[in-house]
Design a protein around this ligand. Structure first.
Ligand code: NAD
Length: 311
């Protein structure tokens, strides 16, 4: 049913996700404010549209993959946005895969469900929206190996599942609107804190005379074992193929981590929950970015924060 897909936001992640939809036989039309990336797609014969509204006119479902909340609000509710004039001509389903705060996801979802659907199809009376952010970076996007965490109506989730599985290997239904965004923000908060914990322990261990490689062996066979210690170790030379072993190039940037911690901190304040580690982690990543390490992988916290070395 959902064969014509509009894709908006063709950056590092979105361009690869759109390509995987095309490979899987979907009819895709795209839009981005960056003309160069639009040209890349039109050179491949993919229809490009000048505005989000034009994408909506041409699609059964629209997927957005944008930098942050303000861009999502703009693409949905701005001038010539997806919801322009409060009437959706065609798409019954809108999916936002950007990492944004759950409050904005809910706000946009309300705006979507307040729209009138011009062409009613199937049993759907109203257009619906899913928040469906992803875990996995550019490599997983390229390989079609992302994990989607999805909030919104379960029927809509089931209808969209084939789309998710064309771009990823897992799709997890999280509950009502905003819970997909909440899951993403919480995952990255836990990842930041575990990275800081492992970095702090390995830095202290070195100062106390135990080599990082040896302490890592201990951690990985003991109760502190986690992704940051056994898969993404932050100390140069301890593991091969991780950002730490290539001067923290590639991977998940400190800038994106600071952005996601900001979302967690804002959400915690909004619900009045004390989250001291979130705020401490946010401070550390903000400082790293200010010190010029914003484009390095977030595991660079080991070298630039704990060891204080700049090279
Ligand atoms: P990106 O900056 O590479 O791409 C964003 C794209 O959106 C750009 O091409 C930009 O031109 C376009 N854009 C911005 N405003 C627009 C507008 N108003 N209309 C149309 N297009 C617009 O970002 P990315 O790395 O692809 O990340 C996208 C989202 O995915 C972010 O929310 C990010 O936090 C999240 N994410 C990223 C990664 C990662 O490793 N890069 C991993 C998981 C989740």
């Amino acid at each position: 049913v959902l064969q014509s897909v509009g894709f908006i936001g063709l950056g590092n992640m979105g361009s690869r996700m759109a390509n995987n939809l095309i490979k899987n036989g979907y009819k895709v039309a795209v839009h981005d404010i960056n003309c160069n990336v639009m040209k890349m797609f039109s050179d491949e014969g993919v229809p490009t549209k000048e505005t989000p509204f034009e994408v909506a006119e041409a699609s059964d479902v629209v997927i957005t993959m944008l930098p942050s909340s303000s861009h999502v609000l703009d693409v949905y509710t701005g001038q010539n946005g997806l919801l322009h004039g409060g009437i959706l001509l065609r798409p019954q389903l809108l999916i936002d895969s950007s990492t944004i705060d759950p409050q904005t996801s809910r706000k946009v979802s309300v705006a979507v469900s307040n729209c009138i659907l011009k062409e009613k199809k199937d049993h759907l009376e109203k257009p619906v929206m899913l928040d469906a952010p992803v875990s996995g970076g550019v490599l997983a996007a390229e390989a079609g190996a992302l994990t989607f965490m999805v909030g919104g109506s379960e029927d809509a989730y089931l209808a969209a599942k084939p789309l998710f599985l064309s771009m990823g290997k897992n799709a997890i239904y999280c509950g009502g609107t905003g819970t997909g965004s909440a899951a993403k923000v919480c995952n990255n908060l836990a990842m930041a804190v575990s990275m800081l914990g492992v970095s702090e322990a390995l830095a202290l261990g070195q100062s106390l005379g135990i080599a990082a490689g040896t302490l890592t062996k201990v951690l990985n066979t003991s109760s502190a074992r986690c992704w940051s210690s056994d898969t993404y170790n932050p100390v140069p030379g301890v593991m091969e193929g991780v950002p730490a072993s290539r001067n923290y190039a590639g991977g998940f940037t400190s800038k994106l981590m600071a952005k996601d911690l900001n979302l967690a901190a804002t959400s915690a304040e909004e619900v009045g929950l004390q989250c001291p580690l979130t705020f401490q982690a946010l401070e550390i990543y903000t400082e790293l970015c200010k010190d010029g390490h914003e484009s390095k992988d977030f595991s660079c916290v080991f070298r630039h924060y704990y060891s204080g070395k700049d090279e």
